[in-house]
Each structure stands twice: as C-alpha cells, then as structure tokens.
Design a binder for this molecule. Structure first.
Ligand code: C2E
Ligand code: CA
Ligand code: CA
Ligand code: CA
Length: 278
C-alpha cells in the first residue's frame, strides 16, 4: 500500500510536470507548425431544418504535432494570440479554407463556409485586407464566406473595429456572432453590431431540454434574432429531442454531432450526398 501511495504521488507529480511541459512545448513548436505545414482544417456541416440539407460548413483548425499527435484549437489559438503568430495562422486558415471551398463550388455545390476570426487579427487592422486577398486569390464570391466573431471580441471592440466589420460586410461577406450566450451575453450588442447570423452557443442549446424556463430562454433568443432579421444557428445539437424542439421554435439552422462531426475535405462530398439522399 505504501509503495502504491508513493507511486501515486510520483505519477501525479509527473502529470503536473507534463501538463506544464505541454503548453511550453506547444508554444516552442508553434512557429514550426506554421512553417512546416502541420496545420490542417476539418469541416463540420450546418444543416437547414426545412429541407434537411447541408447548407454550410464551419472550418475548424487542427495541429498535427509530430510527437504529440492532433492538438485541438482550444490549446493553441490562445498561444498563437500571445506569441504574435495569430495573424499568419489566420491568413493560412483563410487561404486554405477558401481554396477547399472553391473546389466544392466548382463541383456545383452551393455552400456557405464559416471561418473563425480572432480579435487579435481584427486589432492588428489587417483582417479586411487579408480576407479580400484570400477571396481574390481563390475566386470565392464574398457572399459564400461567413466570418464568425465571438461575443467576447465584440465586447472589446472599439469603434474602429466596428468600422472594419462594416467594411467586410460592405465587401459582401456575411458576419456571424459566434458563441452567443456563453459568458458575456450582452443583448445590446445584438442591436448595435452589423451581424447577419446569430450562432447560439451549445451551452444555451443544452438548456432546452432541462426545464420549462430553459426552453423559454432558448425560444426567446431565437425570436429576438429572427425579429432583428438574423438567421439563427443552434450549435452543439447532439440529440433528436433537441433538434425537434429547436425546429418547433422556428430555428432554421442546426449544427452539432447529431448531423456530423468535423471531417476532412475529402470526406465532405460523400457526407453531403448521403445526407441529401437520406
Ligand atoms: P466554435 O467556433 O464554437 O466551434 C465549435 C466547436 O464545437 C468545435 O470544437 C466543434 O468540434 C465542437 N462541436 C461541434 N458540434 C458539437 C456537439 O454537438 N457537441 C459538442 N460537445 N461539441 C461540438 P473545436 O474544433 O475543438 O474548436 C473549438 C474552438 O476553437 C472553436 O469554437 C473556435 O472558437 C476555435 N477555433 C477553431 N478553429 C479556429 C480558427 O481557425 N481560428 C480561430 N481563431 N479559432 C478557431
Ligand atoms: Ca465558430
Ligand atoms: Ca461557436
Ligand atoms: Ca468559439
């Protein structure tokens, strides 16, 4: 028992060491990830409720670390933001995602593609020109690109940032307010910001089956978005029950594991076709 206790103490110490070591290691290796092409994109479908078709995709970045394997964005986006690598990273994401989209559009598939935006890219002042360049290089029409911006970003946003968003919208890009309902939730921003799409966070969606009040809250958010002329997308839909309730609340777009996990661009055509057929 004594030996086991000792082993336990030692292994928890090692776990702590390796947890701290991992972040430092990821920070050290991130420049190489960009330079050596270790980033890749996966795509998750966004489904239209009325005809149950895949109408859109969201691009989600992954890092194939040569030793640590696949690293999720929650682990390295903030590192990139702290190390000044976020602008080149976002430039790569935009270029790669729009290249993939141009291939799908060339096959005659009508899809909108969501790309996640970092506040630092907006603050650096080069988001709009970078988007314009990526659209020009790939030939994707601006209306097929959705820029997903989180509420926390909006809260920091100064007037200049709002001007940049307005510029992007005037270029014809679609703007989505991402993660609505997570943490910040300032309803006033909805009225003020130039957004076309409201993406309701999965924490909100999870409330829907909890009780009467949770359902009323979700119904209210959908109604507010709709009455402001926005398309509302429910994120993190995992169950048939959630999907049915959301459909009953006139939410027209759904995203979540129920309809598809993030997948590679090679997997997309078969997934879209089988979804449309089913
Ligand atoms: P997000 O924008 O809210 O993206 C949706 C996240 O929820 C994705 O995680 C997705 O895999 C996950 N998800 C989708 N459906 C379900 C579901 O039914 N249940 C559950 N539990 N989760 C679901 P992922 O890919 O790990 O991305 C996490 C976050 O990283 C994203 O959250 C986004 O904020 C950020 N991110 C991803 N790619 C990029 C990027 O290229 N640039 C920037 N700046 N941020 C990115
Ligand atoms: Ca997003
Ligand atoms: Ca989200
Ligand atoms: Ca997010």
């Amino acid at each position: 028992a004594k030996a086991a206790g000792k082993a336990c103490v030692r292994s928890s110490g090692q776990a702590l060491d390796s947890a701290m070591g991992r972040r430092a290691r990821l920070a050290r290796d991130l420049p190489a990830a960009l330079a050596q092409g270790q980033l890749r994109l996966v795509y998750q479908p966004v489904v239209g409720v009325s005809d149950r078709r895949i109408l859109g995709l969201e691009a989600l970045v992954r890092w194939e670390h040569p030793v640590l394997g696949t690293v999720a964005p929650d682990e390295f986006i903030s590192l990139a933001e702290d190390d000044g690598l976020i602008v080149p990273l976002q430039q790569w994401v935009l270029r790669a995602a729009l290249t993939d989209l141009s291939g799908l559009l060339a096959e005659g598939r009508e899809l909108q593609l969501g790309v996640n935006v970092s506040v630092r890219h907006l603050q650096a002042g080069c988001l709009a020109p970078d988007v314009a360049r990526a659209l020009a290089v790939t030939g994707v029409p601006p209306g097929n690109l959705v820029l997903e911006i989180t509420e926390s970003v909006m809260l920091d946003a100064q007037d200049r940032l709002e001007n940049d968003l307005t510029t992007l919208r005037e270029m014809g890009c679609v703007l989505a307010l991402d993660d609505f309902g997570r943490g910040y939730s300032s309803l006033a921003y909805l009225a003020r910001l130039p957004v076309d799409i409201l993406k309701m966070d999965r924490e909100f969606v999870a409330e829907i089956e909890r009780d009467h009040r949770g359902a009323a809250l979700v119904a209210g958010v959908i109604e507010i978005g709709r009455s402001m002329g926005m398309d509302v997308v429910a994120e993190g839909v995992e169950s048939v029950g959630q999907a049915g309730l959301l459909q009953g609340m006139a939410c027209r777009y759904l995203q979540g594991y129920l309809f598809g996990r993030p997948m590679t661009v090679e997997e997309l055509p078969a997934a879209i076709d089988s979804f449309d057929a089913g």
